[in-house]
Design a protein around this ligand. Sequence first.
Ligand code: SAM
Length: 392
Amino acid sequence: MSPLATRAANIIAQVSPDVHADFALKREFANDPDLTPQDKRDLTRAVFAYYRWFRWFDHTSAVASRVNTALDLQRKFESSPSSVNPAHLSERALPAWALASIDFPSSAARTAYLLQLQREPALWLRPQRAYSSSLARILKPNSAPQSEVLNFKFQSAALSPTALRYEGQTDLFRTDEFKQGLFEIQDFASQLVGHACAPLPSETWWDACAGEGGKMLHLSDLMDNKGLIWASDRHTGRLATLRKRAGRAKAFNYRPVVWTGGPILPTKTKFDGILVDAPCSGVGTWQRNPHARWSTTETDVKELAEIQLLLLENTRKALKPGGRLIYAVCTITRQETTDVVRAFSLAHPELEPIPLLGLPAPKSGPATGHFLWPQELNANGMFIAAWRAKTA
Ligand SMILES: C[S@@+](CC[C@H](N)C(=O)[O-])C[C@H]1O[C@@H](n2cnc3c(N)ncnc32)[C@H](O)[C@@H]1O
């Protein structure tokens, strides 16, 4: 058995309902300073291939041998997607409950989604706006502005070409450009959430589920480090990481605050814009994190949809007249997307659904938000909806 398969099998042996595969990998890397960036990449590929092809192999064989089978399947699939039986894709790539919870716009979209789910994910960078062209130059030929690599349907002057897709081998976290805060690793779909907010430098925003600050840092850059962003989360540890990242990016226009999502808001301030990047099942990230396909449950989806609705309900009270509320989730289940939006819109006729990213509103019926599909973006699946508080 190859040393890679054996070591990957050891990491897989540590995975449990409480220890997810990405955490087991992180811990392994932290405990072994001799691992090179290439070793880490290979181990990550092997462990994730194992969970991507989890339902394709014989579970009586040794784990290391399953790892080899998974890597083989991945290689074959990447060079010839038709090597995989399409019926197997829908039966094996994800749990049946999850597939049934996604409303695809067409059967072609469903097939394309399933194929995308089995590909290795793309790596996206978000350069600070002032450095986007110089970074694209520095990272070439291993990166390309999204305008060059994608026939992207939302492409507009306002969006392009800030996102960069990176295909090189450098450990980006060790580059001077990263240490100086000139770019972040941020999925393309997540970057589109920032563009959907489109905050102005003169405005006051609330990033209500700011977590470690991925979107908050983008909002700050879009606001030219001016105005103010209240950045709240229920986890102090995540806010501590947010502060560290903001220091690196030299972002100063924010105020971190703990808020646990209840009806008592962290401030009496009324906002021009509120982003609720809500906790969700993460089904949209299953290409990047295939272990989650087998650890996420239908109950998670149901419980999270309730929390999402509650967060919208509590945050909307802080909107200024004319202010915008943006709802984003990195999932594509019906329960956490269109169902939440319908229920919230119905309860709040004083909020008017508004279009985003230049996308057309539906021809009939109420606006229910927009899906960002992995198969269209080569990125995470996300869902975004927005409302404006009507002025009297
Ligand atoms: C999707 S993550 C946010 C990611 C973050 N916006 C970013 O771009 O890096 C959702 C966040 O919501 C927070 N959260 C979960 N339940 C919450 C609640 N009831 N109130 C406030 N924040 C909550 C979690 O701690 C988590 O950091």
